[in-house]
Design a protein around this ligand. Structure first.
Ligand code: SF4
Length: 457
């Protein structure tokens, strides 16, 4: 069996499963956030009763992250609905924006967007926060009310996005009926050349198969090139499985995975035991191809979809109005460090916004230094508007006052993961997806730029 088949077989109590088979699986973690949480709670209460109790409070993780730093009162209210539900159900893993469990959340626009406006438990973007806080463990089943839940597959688990109705059902029962997907294997060899990042890998792969090329399929990564990737890189790759229509993305768990997971579960007091699944000698794939990472170049997904692949060096004629670095895909510490290496000692030419994915990323950017200067200062000194208010921000547009939102038609290069029309705000805007290196180089020139022009060869 493939990794996904093994994970689903175990969670459904079967010796083996076949692609296309429908199986009831037990949930290890259910994730929800401020956008879908209130709707999920509504479904749960409607179907199971106003006084119903969730199946297991310790397996529910609630992370407000989407529409947080906005004066939009309905968005603020969504966070309050989550808090009331957590209180009622005794859910321990709620990463609230404020510290007062009886309080209510109001964003204070008069303080501006740049300086921190959250309490001590706030965790930032759910998919980045989930592993940081020790909730992504090898061998488990993780459902989340968000399409990029597939990112957690980097840790050798089955992770996929579901709708509010399914999530409401899980709240009541802890189970879900799942059709076992076919698996596509991407065998990675070689090492990335200077100036090329994991984001270029996934943009290349989606360009190969198309933005619907993995529809309802598992995308499994193996080979020496996969083993050599760090956890941040693996997360970038599995995050975008859904941009090819994939049901899930998955890497086999290995020593790199265990080191990351054990450190996070210990530091956060989350569940420390887990049982990884091993690769079988016999696996059946619906697609099986080798990719040489050393051949890849800085890659861009052009407007209007993540499969519209070009090389950065071919796009120098495209002028830009904005650059953006942030999100679950492109807002990790390693993403900002790469960005800083390009902009250090230089000034951006266009409006450039930076949104760290989590408060921990903010802390790491302040602590980590390049050439005696903190990464945070390097980016600020380059003229980037860098906020401490870690969140999804303009990755998905959001209310009009969202930091970095494309409120007028413009061309934006972005380290995020999705570029369908209107994704970051104005429907007339054009969004170009790229690596943090390419976003940084393009911010410096005001046109799409191959970052190797600014990096030592
Ligand atoms: S950062 Fe963007 S892609 Fe990630 S969860 Fe938030 S809105 Fe979704």
């Amino acid at each position: 069996m493939t990794l996904t088949e093994k994970l689903l077989a175990r969670a459904s109590g079967k010796a083996r499963v076949e692609p296309g088979e429908n199986v009831w699986v037990k949930t290890d973690v259910l994730l929800t956030h401020d956008v879908c949480g209130p709707g999920t709670i509504g479904v749960f209460k409607r179907e199971f009763g106003a006084d119903a109790k969730v199946w297991d409070p310790r397996k529910i993780v609630i992370i407000p992250d989407h529409y947080i730093f906005t004066a939009d009162s309905l968005s603020n209210r969504n966070v309050d609905i989550l808090r009331e539900f957590v209180r009622e159900q005794g859910i321990p893993y709620f990463y609230d924006v404020i510290d007062d469990p009886q309080g209510s959340w109001r964003f204070d626009a008069s303080q501006g967007q740049l300086r921190r406006q959250y309490g001590s438990r706030y965790a930032g973007v759910c998919h980045t926060a989930l592993p940081e806080k020790g909730h992504a463990r090898p061998g488990e089943i993780l459902f989340g009310t968000d399409s990029h839940t597939c990112m957690a597959g980097a840790f050798g688990l089955f992770a996929t996005g579901i709708g509010n109705t399914d999530a409401g059902f899980i709240l009541g029962t802890g189970k879900l009926l799942i059709k076992v997907p076919e698996t596509m294997r991407f065998w990675l060899e070689g090492t990335l050349a200077p100036g090329v990042m994991a984001k270029d890998v996934i943009l290349h792969l989606i360009g190969e198969i198309g933005f619907d090329g993995a529809t309802y399929r598992a995308m499994q990564y193996e080979g020496p090139g996969a083993v050599a990737l760090g956890m941040d890189d693996r997360m970038t790759i599995t995050n975008m499985a859904i941009e090819a229509g994939g049901k899930n993305g998955v890497f086999p768990a290995d020593a790199t995975t265990f080191a990351y997971v054990d450190q996070r579960t210990r530091a956060n007091g989350t569940k420390q035991d887990y049982e990884p699944v091993e690769l079988d000698a016999e696996q059946k794939f619906v697609f099986d191809r080798v990719f040489d990472l050393s051949k890849l170049e800085p890659t861009v997904a052009c407007h209007p979809d993540p499969g519209n692949r070009k090389l950065a060096k071919e796009l120098g004629h495209i002028g830009l109005d904005r650059a953006y670095i942030g999100s679950c895909t492109g807002g990790k510490t390693s993403d900002f460090v790469a960005f800083a290496r390009v902009v250090q000692g230089r000034k951006v030419k266009i409006d450039t916004f930076g949104v760290p994915a989590t408060p921990q990323v903010v802390a790491e950017l302040r602590a980590q230094q390049i050439g005696g200067e903190s990464v945070w200062n390097i980016i600020e000194q380059a003229g980037v508007q860098l906020t401490e208010n870690a969140s999804c921000a303009a990755c998905l547009g959001g209310p009009q006052d969202t930091f970095g939102r494309l409120n007028t038609p413009m061309k934006c290069i972005s380290a995020t993961n999705r570029n369908f029309p209107g994704r970051m705000g104005s429907k007339q805007s054009e969004v170009f997806l790229a690596s943090p290196y390419t976003v940084a180089a393009s911010a410096l020139t005001g046109r799409i730029t191959d970052p190797r022009e600014f990096l030592p060869s």
